[in-house]
Design a protein around this ligand. Sequence first.
Ligand SMILES: [Zn+2]
Length: 474
Amino acid sequence: MSNKLLIRDAHSILTGARGDAARSTATDVRIADGVITEMGRALERQPDERVLDARDCVIYPGWVNTHHHLFQSLLKGVPAGINLTLSPWLQAVPFIYRRAFDEDRLRLAARIGIVELMMSGCTTIADHHYIYHPDLGYDPSAALFEEADKLGVRFMLQRGGGTVTRKLEADASTYVPPETLDGMVADVERIAGRYHQVGPRPRTRVAMAPTTATVSVARGELREIARAARRMGVPLHTHMSETVSFMEHCSAEFGCLPIEFLAEHEWLGPDVSLAHLTHLADAELRLLAQTGTGMAHCPQSNARLADGVARAPALHRLGGAVSIGVDGAASNEAADMLSEVHFCWLMHRAHAGAATRPRPAGDGEAGADTVSVEQVVNWASEGGARVLGFDGVGTVAVGQAADLAVYDLDAPRYFGLHDMAIGPVVAAGRPRLKWLLGAGRVLVEDDAIPGLDMAQLRAEASADVLHLVRTIGQ
Ligand SMILES: [Zn+2]
């Protein structure tokens, strides 16, 4: 098949960029060798070009998901954890089940999660994988990169794990042996040597990502880990400030706020991204903005676990770097990017409204401009690419990677819209994905992944869930 494509007659294009550049006046996009080469109206077809007719469609950048745990794609809606907050949920679901993940199960879960994300229009995925221990017996990193490569998405492995056993996972049912610092660093170096690409439009990248910086490694090791990552030229990632208990822990153990603790250990900067950051003091917001440290904002997971509402709009207003992640499917059964941006768009408005107080001379209404559609789209595309270091990815513009989602809005849900461009975000649900392009390749066509047997994937998932319930379920 030709690697030259001409998308024609799109109704509208949201580019993923900020400000006036968020909307393009183009209707046509020309693509060659995985890159957008021209945008305009009524572009002439050139020899060897395949034409994609995008009438009634809107074009978005392929989403960039900056935080996930793909292994959890087989742990959705586990009854034992459905009404629990973070700590007991961790014990009841991921920590108990992770021991059952061999290579085959991890590959199956990864396929489910990646396919789910692709069908929402996602083309770049960062997976924070943390099932690493000395007796594992297989290479989860290679398995994840291979599954992503087969489906054609860009992939970053945020290589998790820890060197200490945290209190939560110390009992027999959840215990896994910790790694040594040298073992962890050496493995990241090995993976980075194989998969970490720099330069424009990378396909694969690696991050050093101890699971939770304040509890998964010894305090004395934290600075060493940051320095090792910078020596290798890989970014840093970790969970941070997901619940109030992070603040309580840091204040009791270290006498400071979590972000101050990270600053002290060289864990802030434009090469650092932090998942959640649901609870931030003003001083922490300023530190994050000043250092360019990225937020991987996970609104649905934070809501599901009753973590709270992250101050993403406030960080954005300070000039900070915001991106969006779906987090693992065990705490977000809608682990797709369209659901995430829709929810994000609504949640911050609800939150702003809830904080509104009667004013003597006011009308008691505020907050509907807290975050716009263009803003959440930017966070979930260009913002994510910047936070993960995928240069040349994340916007629909000439010279950028041809990662695009072409949504067909020919369905009752979208009838009556005055502004078609915002349909996929404001109307929720999932529009028919006419095409998903990753690096200029057709990854999805007419709402299907060519060569993927969806019935087979469903059957494998059902059989595996049954097996998990029989062997581990309570
Ligand atoms: Zn997470």
